[in-house]
Design a protein around this ligand. Structure first.
Ligand SMILES: [Zn+2]
Length: 487
């Protein structure tokens, strides 16, 4: 595929995105099971099901449903009793909708400038890959006709939905798929944009803004797979393609460009691109998954009565601080550049909390620059817990660990998340020097470099000392001690 720069406007680029974010509520959406993964190592039992495609209300079988049906797959579900009940097994009707999740969804809809219906209707959306035991996903429209402001103009938000998360995949083979049911039913917020996105970079910006809005509720889950983006894209003479499951924001522009070039290549060869669902791969390319389903068929969920939402109630819902307000507040403490990075980051909340006790710039730098560098080297930073960071910052502020050693400690923790920070610091030989040891080193450097001392060449002396301490002492402390010695 070519590398020439693409003119997206000329190509008739059309793109809308859908973001999905798990909410950190106490319970699942339609039962009292906890909204988290099981803590058990093995499932308590496994159930087996088959799926069958049947004609819909038009008398026809949906093309994507038939495609899956013809695969004749066996579906196995891992059941964990600490996070699953009969609702997940589809052996019991859903309970009343989770009020906490509904409240968060309403907050998000308000922040997205949506109209909120007077009545919330839970609907059933056909699911054809076995990721829900019932064969459909329960979903409710919470907001409509909203919009956000972006650097390239307004982007409209036709719908905000509150849905149940699907079952997590354990294993997928040609004739057999294994799911785990602990994830099924965790509240999920789904935000869709109109196809008004101008180019691949703009898509990333829109996803970033939507992510910040969801996170500003303080009720968004974190970690790998918690946020997923689906991209809808087409160009003139091409076809509408839906790309599923882009988990990294950085990947969005890459995936979109890849898809546009793929369609251009087909058109150049005289082949008409087909409407289809594709799946994003980690390198930014995409792979065929199945034909695009016919228009989304929704049916009312007859087990749950509509929920009335009085106007006064909507008006009384408080809005959290907006990301723009947050940005302004952070700028005053850590400067513009770091503030921008931290507001966009998943670690914004942890920053907010830990910067109350520890040096804000250090905390911000760790959650942005340092963590990005660790991740770039292939470490799974999702394994790092808040406690790890607070322990690291505590050691740095006590002089037990030099700032320069943070990155190394984080990498070691990713390899061994169960170990405690102190142990790792010791193993890596990164324990900070106490002042006496440091004093001794500085004395030596001063004795060995009388010329530099005479001319008060601060940076040269500083360099010599830092070479000797090799990351075991904080640069700021060393500088202070050298300056004191000059006097
Ligand atoms: Zn349950």
């Amino acid at each position: 595929m070519g590398n020439e720069k693409l003119d997206y406007e000329k190509l008739g680029f059309k793109c809308g995105i859908e973001i999905h974010n798990r909410l950190a509520t106490k319970h699942k959406l339609f039962c009292k099971c906890p909204a988290r993964f099981s803590k058990k190592e093995k499932p308590d039992f496994i159930i087996f099901r088959k799926l069958r495609a049947v004609p819909g209300e038009t008398g026809e079988i949906d093309i994507a449903a038939e495609f899956e049906f013809l695969r004749d797959r066996d579906y196995f579900y891992h059941v964990y009793e600490d996070t699953c009940c009969l609702v997940e097994l589809d052996e019991e009707p859903p309970h009343e909708i989770n009020r906490e999740a509904l409240f968060i969804a309403l907050q998000i809809a308000k922040m997205l400038n949506c109209e909120i219906p007077d009545e919330i209707h839970v609907m059933r959306k056909t699911i054809i890959d076995g990721s829900n035991t019932s064969g459909f996903q329960r979903t409710a429209i919470i907001g409509m006709n909203g919009w956000i402001e972006t650097s390239k103009g307004k982007v409209h938000i036709p719908t905000v939905c509150l849905e149940e998360e699907s079952a997590g995949i354990v294993e997928k083979m040609e004739k057999k798929v294994v799911y785990r049911l602990d994830r099924l039913g965790i509240p999920l917020i789904e935000i869709s944009t109109a196809p008004e996105i101008k180019d691949p970079e703009h898509a990333k910006e829109v996803a970033e803004i939507l992510g910040m809005i969801v996170r500003s509720t303080g009720k968004s889950q974190r970690g790998i797979g918690v946020t997923r983006q689906d991209l809808n894209v087409s160009i003139k003479g091409g076809a509408r393609v839906e790309i599923k499951g882009v988990q990294e924001l950085e990947l969005i522009p890459k995936v979109l460009e890849f898809e546009v070039r793929r369609q251009l290549e087909l058109i150049r060869k005289g082949i008409k691109p087909q409407p289809e669902t594709r799946v994003a791969k980690p390198d930014g390319s995409t792979e065929f998954m199945r034909p695009l389903p016919g228009g989304e068929r929704m049916y009312p969920e007859t087990d749950i009565p509509p929920i009335r939402i009085p106007k006064e109630f909507i008006a009384s819902i408080p809005l959290p601080e907006t990301w723009q307000e947050k940005l302004k507040r952070f700028e005053k403490i850590i400067g513009k550049e770091l503030a921008e990075q931290i507001v966009k980051s998943e670690y914004c909340e942890w920053f907010e909390e830990l910067s109350k006790t520890f040096e804000p710039k250090l905390v911000a730098r760790t959650f942005t620059v340092i963590l990005k560098s660790v991740k770039r080297e292939g470490y799974n930073i999702a394994l790092l817990k808040k406690e790890h960071f607070s322990e690291i910052f505590k050691m740095v502020s006590n002089g037990e660990l030099a700032k320069e050693g943070i990155e190394q400690v984080l990498k070691a923790l990713c390899r061994n998340p169960e170990k405690n920070v102190k142990e790792i610091v010791k193993e890596l030989g990164l324990e900070g020097m106490n002042k006496e040891e440091l004093e001794k080193i500085i004395d030596n450097v001063f004795n060995e470099n009388p010329e530099l001392v005479k001319e008060k060449r601060f940076s040269a002396l500083m360099g010599e000392v830092m070479k000797m301490v090799r990351g075991k002492a904080d640069g700021k402390l060393v500088a202070e001690m050298i300056k004191r010695k000059f006097k």
